[in-house]
Write a protein that binds this ligand. Structure first.
Ligand code: SF4
Ligand code: SF4
Length: 169
């Protein structure tokens, strides 16, 4: 067993090299049978495995499992023809939401969002991004008032740029 628990279902691998090309550590290659293999590496990161799981994500055949993550338990990738118009619509139809229901957000929704966020790009997969989350509306209101009063203090010092006004926030 290799350190990354990298497994290939040889009955599915067609030797397309997509995983080889996307691997940032350069540790994947095809063997003589045109099956993908992982090289031994000394440590994770750098010239070893980055733990990015891009290999699992790009394999069109669902042939790769890594770190115990399996293609059958992953969200399927979306092809360009489907993704492009959806992405365009999301970007151009964006809007701010400034009116909220007076209740806490369901914990399962927050948990799901955090799980998805953990997949966001973060620079060499170093996982150095940290999110601070307030999941209680009473605490949120306290924090909001704190922020407002601090902003007003700073506004009174005249340090904000032109256009910043009480109405703006
Ligand atoms: S997890 Fe990333 S670095 Fe590790 S083998 Fe897969 S693509 Fe390469
Ligand atoms: S991307 Fe999948 S099918 Fe292509 S070489 Fe890698 S394991 Fe094989």
């Amino acid at each position: 067993m290799n350190r990354a628990n990298f497994l290939v279902d040889t009955s599915k691998c067609v030797g397309c090299r997509k995983c080889v090309r996307v691997c940032p550590g350069g540790i994947l290659s095809l063997n003589q049978e045109k099956q993908v293999q992982i090289a031994n590496f000394k440590e994770f990161g750098g010239n070893g495995c980055w733990k990015c799981e891009h290999c699992l994500a790009v394999c069109p055949m669902g042939a790769i499992s890594i770190f115990g993550h399996k293609p059958e338990n992953s969200l399927p990738s979306v092809d360009y023809e489907t993704a492009a118009p959806a992405m365009d619509a999301l970007i151009t139809n964006w809007h701010s939401c400034r009116r909220y229901q007076d209740k806490n957000v369901d914990a399962s929704i927050i948990s799901n969002m955090l799980n998805l966020l953990s997949n966001a790009p973060n620079g060499g997969n170093k996982q150095q991004v940290e999110y601070t989350l307030i999941d209680d509306k009473v605490q949120m209101n306290y924090f909001r008032q704190l922020a407002y009063s601090r902003m007003e203090e700073l506004a009174a010092q005249g340090i904000y740029p032109k256009g910043f006004s009480k109405e703006a926030y």
